[in-house]
Design a protein around this ligand. Structure first.
Ligand SMILES: Nc1ncnc2c1ncn2[C@@H]1O[C@H](COP(=O)(O)OP(=O)(O)OP(=O)(O)O)[C@@H](O)[C@H]1O
Length: 336
């Protein structure tokens, strides 16, 4: 985005009665959905979204992401349970709840022959908000759409169209923005561009919830990650904590001479041989490692000493940590 002015100005965070934990901006409790077909798409889901965070909702196809978001946004009725949006029940106080939310769908469904300016201005009117040209101008400028305001949607590039979707969702000054697969099918450059836009929105105080199939996207952007599988939230964690706890680290040693087997003196280490005995691999849980760098250094250096004492020489070594993708695949696989 090109300028500093926040695209929207969310109200200040409210606090709980105790004044300690900020109240969640979205509180989902015991939410269930059974479609008319009898299919149980959501099974008593509980989920809190924190004010001002970027929350990535990950899950395989058919896991229930769209159903969950559609219920929160009031587009689909729940079978049971409750959703509070900034304290407003999204059924009994629908208009107030919905006004807090901007929803960025995957595809532009607006009239292709309408101008950018009119499209975005019209979106604001849908929420019963008074026209505010200065707000629309701010939003368009913040999304680098100002120069294109008189262009018809059909004249825009794919990237610009995506920006119009975000502008439309921001037109009524929501505090919460849902992005459904924001970068599905876009090229790498545009993806980076969109990430930048989302980060800047967060910096202006907007809470962002995004669904994505791109684990790289969650890894890059999210403060917290929720994984949904078969209608259940199977995990919600800080991204950093998740990577630390579930991430595996691997130390790979390229040996000077191949080994036929791991020497008995090293049998108490989880070592495996690969590439015809010329590579020795040590795998360990990142969480079981001492938290400090110095602590980790001690355990690895002990291993290296023991390897040297066993008469093994190596020409190269490197370490790698599993990505969120590995973690996610393992998590979903475990529950199949
Ligand atoms: N209207 C409907 N009637 C019956 N079943 C439905 C309906 N809508 C969705 N479902 C089913 O509910 C499950 C969850 O669908 P949902 O679209 O929420 O998943 P998703 O996680 O968003 O998937 P994707 O990543 O493929 O978009 C799927 O098995 C889907 O077939």
């Amino acid at each position: 985005m090109s300028q500093q002015t926040p695209a929207i100005s969310p109200s200040s965070a409210s606090q709980t009665a105790q004044g300690t934990e900020p109240s969640p901006v979205i509180a989902v409790s015991a939410l269930a959905k059974r479609y008319d077909s009898g299919f149980e798409a959501l099974k008593r889901i509980d989920l809190d979204i924190r004010r001002g965070e970027i929350f990535a909702l990950l899950g395989p196809n058919g896991a229930g992401k769209t159903t969950l978001i559609s219920i929160i946004c009031g587009l689909v009725n729940a079978t049971a349970g409750k959703v509070l949006v900034d304290g407003h029940d999204n059924v009994t106080d629908y208009r107030a709840a919905r006004a807090k939310i901007g929803l960025v769908p995957q595809e532009l469904t607006s009239d292709a022959f309408e101008t950018v300016w009119n499209t975005v201005r019209f979106s604001r009117g849908l929420f019963g908000k008074r026209p505010d040209n200065s707000h629309i101008e701010r939003v368009l400028k913040s999304l680098s759409l100002w120069e294109k305001r008189s262009n018809k949607l059909i004249q825009l590039s794919g990237g610009m169209k995506r920006r119009v979707l975000i502008a439309k969702a921001l037109a009524h000054e929501p505090q919460i923005l849902f992005l459904d697969e924001p970068t599905a099918g876009v090229d790498v450059e545009l993806r980076r561009d969109m990430w930048e836009v989302v980060r800047e929105l967060r910096a202006s105080g907007v809470t962002i919830i995004l669904t994505t199939h791109y684990i790289e996207e969650a890894e890059e952007m999210a403060d917290r990650i929720g994984v949904i599988n078969r209608g259940e939230i199977v995990l919600v964690k800080e991204k950093r904590e998740l990577m630390r706890q579930l991430g595996r680290k691997q130390l790979t040693l390229h040996l000077q001479k191949p080994l036929a087997s791991v020497p008995p003196a090293l049998s108490h280490y989880p070592l495996t041989l690969a590439e015809d005995g010329s590579v020795l691999i040590y795998t360990y849980d990142a969480a079981s490692e001492p938290a400090t760098d110095s602590g980790e250094h001690v355990s690895i250096s002990k291993l290296l000493n023991d390897i040297e004492d066993a008469g093994i020489r190596f020409k190269d070594l490197h370490t790698e940590q599993s990505s969120l993708e590995d973690i996610f695949v393992n998590l979903v696989r475990e529950r199949q």
